[in-house]
Write a protein that binds this ligand. Structure first.
Ligand code: PMP
Length: 407
């Protein structure tokens, strides 16, 4: 681990965090929704448009080759960050696209009536709805692995649910609502023993901890760039090369072909086979800058910093009467879902906003999880390394004030 950074200096890298909201200093606690961007990411996108904006892989002129080089360099940075090969990384618009790509290119041609797609109750809709669509088209059925009351996966039940009919398991690495960190390496090992293909949703893991995909041992790993300091509309699907080779394209168009004839088209090799059309060039160059930035800080330093903020916030919130934290698994990322007795989550979030505190309220694209906890919605405070202990105190003080107003 590199030495811990000076977090006050790090905070200064984020220009947006100096703004005020309703006359109060902004306390941004919605990083699980989207993360804020450091100056270097903003500058890299700005630099692309000012100096070498051009389409990739199409032009031989200087700007075209500079843009292509920077775009492919971003792929290389992401590959090193995740400890995988460049040619196993499909650049795409985010986790939603990545999971749909697996669903339509891997699962749709393979699943048969009676096959089972196993999911956990804590999945984001992005790791539920594509599978429902594929189940409808193939006759496969969805099986759900349930949770323990603290919001951990019930591993015994999950392993018991891995019967012969299960062909694919979709599991989130970290829950966007509960913060639960799932033991994905163990889960994937058990799935592998039974020949089950694993799709891990890494959206909420990659921003918070070092992720070594080969050590997880999954078949597919999806992530989204905007939660890890990168621009929106960026992301990655990692897949084992053998899967990518065997998958037909999901979208057809420019860039994903070698030769097009009206009597037959020869597709490009992976990963470009899956990158039809003009990609988000600026965005992925920005994501490459985000990867450099996070790597310089050190993912282990980030994890340690966020663990401190989580412990501080959990302690401060537990002092507040009538406040219930939903999701208390022993291994958690810095995400806290909560409710205050007698108050609707949206009212809470609206009043907190008047205090300058940005939290998300709603179902967090996880309806089945809300059903499990018997609530229509929660408020969610999600922290990043750029938050401060003073902000945790300001958040707790705002909660006390808002609770009084709602009493
Ligand atoms: N999975 C999880 C766990 C998420 O938190 C999110 C974003 N809220 C997604 C998938 C979807 O990501 P995107 O909207 O960037 O495709």
């Amino acid at each position: 681990m590199s030495g811990a950074p000076d977090w006050t200096v790090v905070r200064g890298d984020f220009p947006l965090l100096t703004r005020t909201v309703h006359g109060k200093p902004l306390v941004y606690l919605d990083s699980a929704n989207t993360g804020q961007k450091p100056e270097c990411v903003i500058a890299s996108v700005d630099d692309f448009f000012r100096r070498y904006n051009a389409n990739v892989s199409r032009a031989v002129h200087t700007l075209g080759s500079e843009a292509t080089e920077a775009y492919e360099a971003a792929r290389g940075k992401l590959a090193r960050f995740l400890n995988v090969r460049d040619d196993e990384l499909v650049l795409c618009s985010g986790t939603t696209f990545a999971i749909n790509l697996v669903a339509y290119s891997w699962a749709l041609p393979r699943l048969q009536p009676g096959d089972v797609i196993l999911l956990t109750r804590m999945e984001h809709h992005a790791n539920i709805v594509p599978w429902q669509l594929i189940a409808q088209r193939t006759g496969a059925v969805i099986r759900v692995a349930d949770l323990l009351p603290d919001g951990s996966l019930d591993l015994d039940a999950l392993f018991a649910a891995m019967t012969l009919e299960v062909k694919l398991l979709g599991v989130t690495h970290v829950s966007n609502v509960l913060g639960t960190i799932n033991p994905v390496a163990t889960i994937c090992r058990e799935a592998r023993k039974r020949g089950i293909i694993t799709v891990v949703d890494g959206s909420q893991a990659v921003p918070h901890m070092a992720v070594d995909i080969p050590a997880i041992g999954c078949d597919f790993y999806a992530l989204t760039g905007h939660k890890m300091c990168g621009p929106t509309g960026t992301g990655v699907l990692w897949a084992k090369r053998e899967h990518l080779e065997a998958m037909p394209p999901f979208l057809g168009g420019g860039e994903m072909i070698k030769e097009v004839r009206f009597d037959g088209t020869v597709f490009n090799d992976p990963p470009h086979r899956f990158e039809a059309g003009t990609p988000n060039i600026a965005g992925h160059i920005g994501l490459g800058a985000a990867v450099d930035y996070l790597s310089d800080l050190g993912m282990d330093n980030i994890a340690a910093r966020e663990a401190e903020l989580l412990a501080h916030a959990t302690e401060a919130m537990s002092q507040i009467d009538g406040l219930r934290i939903i999701g208390t698994a022993p291994d958690k990322a810095a995400v806290i879902s909560f409710l205050v007795e007698g108050a609707h989550a949206h009212d809470l979030a609206t009043l907190l906003d008047l205090e300058g505190v940005a939290v998300r309220s709603g179902h967090h694209c996880a309806h089945p999880l809300m059903q499990f906890f018997g609530v229509p919605a929660t408020c969610r405070a999600s922290f990043a390394f750029y938050n401060t202990h003073d902000e945790v105190e300001a958040f707790a003080a705002a909660l006390v004030k808002v609770r009084r107003l709602l009493a």
